[in-house]
Design a protein around this ligand. Structure first.
Ligand code: AMP
Ligand code: MG
Length: 423
């Protein structure tokens, strides 16, 4: 694990938590979080039914050759190529009939062929399969009008994977394709890393649980359900939490408690420069360190990252859209690094903007975006919101991701290239 590099002033105390004069560029902040986080050490050995979405701990090798025996790739006839002498057509008696899952004790009788179904073992002595569409079969005889291509339509033992060959590298996420390869290669259980335990702690005196009556100053907590849903999508284990009032001591106690039972604490709100934004002070009170605070982005500027002991902390802004953008950019890579994924998932795809985009330079701006279709070159075309409202949720519904207007670009022309981050 890389040592943390606090970028607050030395001997920083809460009262010194003035905003940094220079904000870190988004891509620098992403690389800081990725290199500051190492995988959880917990391992579990689980059967296939339970490994979907998990990260394989160590490289898995083929326990058996795949396929385990030579078998037919077609419904047809297993033949011995050297029996096809002289000019055709060639006629042979059919000496057997093999279905998948059934053996053929004696091997292929000399100067005969055997009918085989896809997946059936190739009888000893046969070396080639002729698809049944190319054979006339009547009264126990098969007639071949053209010479077969030697060794065709046979799936040889070990041709897909040899015994002992690496099948999947450690650090890979196990989806349907990986599980297919593991099953074919003779595995039944594999050792995976523990799921990342994530606590979501919303902060704010104004927060009420969904369904609770509002009293004129309260709002329903949007961030907790939003982030828990995002956590489910990445495969995290959600640590049960509530919200916390804007009370520095209560926050510090709660952060300390959560640090003992989580790999990552995601707070929302209270991380900006208001006089009741206590989260960073509380983190320090709880013995934590802040690695960075403030990123050159809109929305989400106050986003902060740090640690309490080995537990990571991601401080998201309170406004829901800002929190979602900062989660997408930083939370997902933090989760993936904790999960032990060796290859970072692809966060952004190149896309073409459907409209001209302008913004003040200085910060990366993330606009809600939806995919409009593809242009003549097959490139993804996205339609971006005309403005960014960090507090509004109505626009979130139609959007399927966010598009970045770079910090140093005042205007992206229509059909210009941008990065699109799918949710
Ligand atoms: P803060 O960052 O704490 O100053 O909050 C910024 C804005 O986000 C304020 O209007 C808060 O009321 C709002 N906010 C904070 N937390 C939440 C939340 N969990 N759900 C919805 N809005 C929130
Ligand atoms: Mg607040």
């Amino acid at each position: 694990m890389t040592a943390l590099r606090p970028i607050l002033p030395e001997n920083c105390c809460c009262d010194d938590l003035a905003p940094r004069k220079s904000l870190i560029p988004v891509h620098e902040a992403v690389s800081i979080v990725s290199s500051a986080v190492g995988p959880v050490e917990r391992m579990e050995t689980l059967a296939f039914e339970r490994i979907g979405g998990r990260v394989l701990a160590d490289t898995a090798y083929a326990a058996a050759p795949v396929p385990p025996f030579a078998n037919s790739a077609m419904d047809g006839f297993a033949v011995r190529i050297q029996d096809f002498r002289g000019d055709g057509p060639w006629t042979f008696p059919v000496s057997g009939n093999l279905a998948a899952g059934h053996g053929y004790g004696t091997g292929l009788h000399p100067k005969s062929v055997a009918q085989v179904m896809t997946g059936a073992p190739i009888p000893n002595g046969a070396d080639t399969v002729v698809p049944q569409e190319h054979v006339t079969f009547a009264n126990g005889f098969a007639v071949f009008s053209s010479r077969p291509i030697a060794a065709s339509h046979v799936r040889y033992r070990g041709e897909d994977l040899q015994q002992g060959q690496p099948v999947i590298k450690g650090g890979s996420r196990l989806g349907a394709s990986e599980i297919a390869a593991l099953a074919a290669a003779g595995h039944r259980k594999v050792t995976v890393r523990g799921r990342v335990r994530v606590a979501v702690l919303a902060t704010g005196d104004e927060l009420r649980k969904s369904g609770e009556a509002l009293d004129g100053s309260g709002i329903w907590d949007v961030n907790s359900p939003m982030l828990r849903s995002a956590l489910q999508s990445v495969g995290a284990e959600i640590v049960d939490t509530g919200s916390v009032l804007d009370d520095r001591r209560a926050m510090a106690n709660e952060l300390l408690r959560l640090a003992g039972i989580s790999d990552l604490i995601v707070t929302t709100g209270g991380v900006s420069v208001g006089e009741r934004d206590f989260v960073k002070a509380a983190l320090l009170d709880a013995g934590g360190d802040i690695v960075f605070s403030g990123v050159a982005m809109k929305p989400g500027k106050p986003v902060s990252f740090g640690k309490i002991g080995r537990t990571c902390w991601l401080g998201l802004p309170g406004n829901p859209y800002a929190a979602l953008v900062a989660w997408t950019l930083f939370g997902v890579p933090i989760h993936d690094a904790l999960a032990g994924l060796s290859k970072a998932r692809r966060m952004a795809i190149p896309a073409i903007t459907a409209t001209c985009l302008t913004h003040p330079t200085g910060r990366s701006e993330f606009r809600l975006a939806r995919i409009e279709g593809f242009d003549g070159l097959g490139r993804t075309v996205v339609h971006c919101a005309a403005v960014t409202h960090s507090a509004k949720v109505s626009g979130l519904v139609e959007a399927v991701g966010i598009a970045e207007i770079p910090p140093d670009v005042a205007k992206v022309p229509q059909a210009g290239l941008i990065r699109f981050y799918p949710f």
